[in-house]
Design a protein around this ligand. Structure first.
Ligand SMILES: [Zn+2]
Length: 97
């Protein structure tokens, strides 16, 4: 019987212990700038392993790093969309009143 390949782990996983990684977003600036700050802070925060602590991006597995960077870009894009939406809504609001 051929061995079944190990299932591809979902999300971010640690290159050292194989555990799950979480984005370590600092709460301070996130609270200050609301949703936009939270998105930006989260986008640039390092991944943290529950056992090994923060993992530098260059130590991540290539697949994890690609996913991490893609999600970071998506978060920054979302923040930009929120800002543009806010500006557009405000300008429409100002024009009407
Ligand atoms: Zn670990």
């Amino acid at each position: 019987m051929p061995q079944t390949p190990p299932s591809v782990p979902t999300g971010y996983w640690c290159p050292r212990c194989g555990g799950k990684l979480k984005r370590e977003a600092s709460r301070g600036p996130g609270m200050l700038f609301g949703l936009i700050g939270a998105l930006i802070a989260s986008a640039f925060s390092p991944l943290k392993c529950q056992k090994c602590g923060p993992i530098p991006t260059n130590q991540l597995h290539a697949d994890v790093r690609r996913k991490y960077r893609t999600n970071s870009i998506l978060m920054v894009t979302a923040a930009v969309v929120v800002v543009i939406t806010a500006v557009v809504v405000l300008s429409i609001f100002k024009r009407d009143h």
